[in-house]
Design a protein around this ligand. Structure first.
Ligand code: AMP
Length: 384
């Protein structure tokens, strides 16, 4: 039996625990908001301090990047923290992330770091408009983001950014990454794993559809090899630069035949949830294999699969389970508007079969809670 302690006690730790059980890997989670050690499935609390839980674990890992630095220091000092805190910090601070991407030599949108009004105007002059302005810290799912399209809006947006930065309560100085707006054709992501020896495996590129800045649907279909190779090269470059161990996700903008990295996630990723039904080895198992020093599992796509996020709802018509190859994954969380509550994985033996099933599934999902999903289903059906 191996014990893995995960920083963060949300659905990602929960799904790691579920994937670890058959391998005799016990996953416990450290909730950094309440400073308690919990079982990520039952939420049972353990009377352990962070130091005790770290000492008791064989491996320490993480399910999210916004871990307070003092907590990361305790993990790192144990010598068994995978991925390491350099990787976690790069995922949690867009300044470090951009520097990493440049150092790894992977293409990304042109940018400037902005802390003052003068730097804001210098960024506009250097990069041109439109610009996407992103808070360096604690920005995810489109939060802490502004779009500047016209010069006449600059003053108002700067005032808004300034009050955001002043209101932020961070141990670290906040700043803004001003980024060139990318007119992308698609958003795709690559999830993969790297072990301590430096071997990597990657899943097929996944096409992602966001609604209001939040992932709504991911599609894993057989894809073009050139694009997959390009993504794999970028993955290897970033993972090697970080001496990364575990599952890592890269999110890209696709512009024509070229990929630009948008951001990295030093963890299992929402756009990899489809691997539970669509791949030989799911991302949660491969993460545990990587951090526990076990051989990595095949990442082959065994059948076209898609994932639909369940946001802010704790009920889905059970009739969805009557659809062939349709699986529900609830996270056991309390209902809150917009919260990630669970997901649905749907597979087909062919893309045409998957598309057909997606149309049926989308009719069981109310448009109010699943906006744009019905349109995506129709679009996929028309594309085959
Ligand atoms: P992020 O939090 O960086 O993932 O951004 C959330 C969403 O905003 C992305 O999924 C894109 O749809 C959009 N976005 C972010 N950065 C850019 C950019 N530089 N150009 C165009 N769209 C962007």
């Amino acid at each position: 039996m191996k014990k893995v302690l995960v920083m963060g006690a949300g659905q990602l730790a929960r799904m790691m625990a579920l994937a670890g059980a058959p391998l005799n890997i016990q996953v416990l989670a450290y909730d950094v908001n309440t400073n308690t050690v919990v079982h990520p499935v039952t939420q049972q609390k353990f009377a352990l301090t962070l130091a005790e839980a770290v000492a008791d674990a064989d491996v320490v890992s993480s399910e999210f990047e916004h871990i307070p630095y003092p907590v990361q220091d305790v993990c790192e000092a144990s010598g068994k923290f995978f991925p390491n805190s350099t990787a976690i910090k790069a995922g949690g601070d867009r300044r470090q992330e951009k520097q990493l991407l440049d150092a790894a030599g992977v293409a990304n949108a042109g940018y400037r770091i902005v802390s003052t009004e003068a730097e804001f105007h210098a960024a506009i002059a250097a990069l041109g408009l439109p610009l996407v302005l992103k808070s360096a810290l604690a920005g995810y799912d489109g939060k802490g983001q502004w779009r500047l399209k016209h010069h006449e809006d600059a003053a108002a947006i700067w005032a808004d950014i300034e009050s955001f930065m002043q209101g932020a309560n961070h141990a670290l100085p906040q700043a803004i990454v001003a980024e060139q707006f990318v007119r992308f054709d698609r958003e795709v992501s690559l999830v993969g794993a790297r072990n301590a020896k430096g071997d990597t495996v990657v899943y097929p590129l996944t096409e992602n559809h966001h609604v209001n800045g939040v992932l709504a649907v991911s599609l894993a279909l057989p894809g073009r090899q050139e694009l997959q190779q390009q993504a794999k090269q970028m993955f290897d470059a970033v993972a090697a630069k970080l001496d990364y161990v575990g599952v890592l996700a890269l999110e890209f903008f696709q512009v024509g035949d070229k990929l630009l990295v948008n951001e990295i996630a030093p963890r299992v990723h929402n756009s990899g949830h489809w691997t539970q039904q669509g791949s030989d080895t799911c991302q949660f198992e491969n993460h545990l294999r990587a951090v526990c020093g076990l051989p990595l599992g095949s990442t082959a796509l065994v059948r076209p699969t898609l994932m639909v996020n369940i946001l802010g709802e704790d009920y889905v018509d059970p009739a969805v389970l009557a659809l062939p190859s349709c699986h529900l994954h609830w996270y056991g969380k309390g209902k809150r508007a917009g919260r990630k509550m669970g997901h649905i994985n749907l597979s087909g033996e062919t893309v045409a079969e998957l598309a057909e099933r997606f149309v049926v599934l989308s009719k069981l999902l109310p448009a109010q809670s699943f906006p744009e999903v019905a349109d995506m289903a129709v679009k996929l059906a028309k594309s085959v």
